[in-house]
Design a protein around this ligand. Sequence first.
Ligand SMILES: [Zn+2]
Length: 107
Amino acid sequence: MNRKLAQTRPDGYFAIRVFHRGRRGKKDPRFLFKCGCCDEKLEVYYGEDTLEINGVMGSVENWRELLLPLLEVKLPGQGPTERAATESRSGPDESGPLRGLRAARSG
Ligand SMILES: [Zn+2]
């Protein structure tokens, strides 16, 4: 688990920092996820079948419905940009049908 600031991952982003704390008395165990570039944090307490994420309590099933599409990159706007696919199609086309037509008419 990374705990250091500004650790660049192979994907080019800073690694999220992760801290864990076990059960303490009545308090559920929790994960603390911190931004790789600053002190922003996300606190996740996990009980038997519930998760409390930044103070928002819900069943694990409920969180699964909400978060899984995000984590599996299934929503519109997610995923790698489509720029790479369209770039190869740009530029003037030198061998279009008009060129042959022009050559046949001249002379
Ligand atoms: Zn940050």
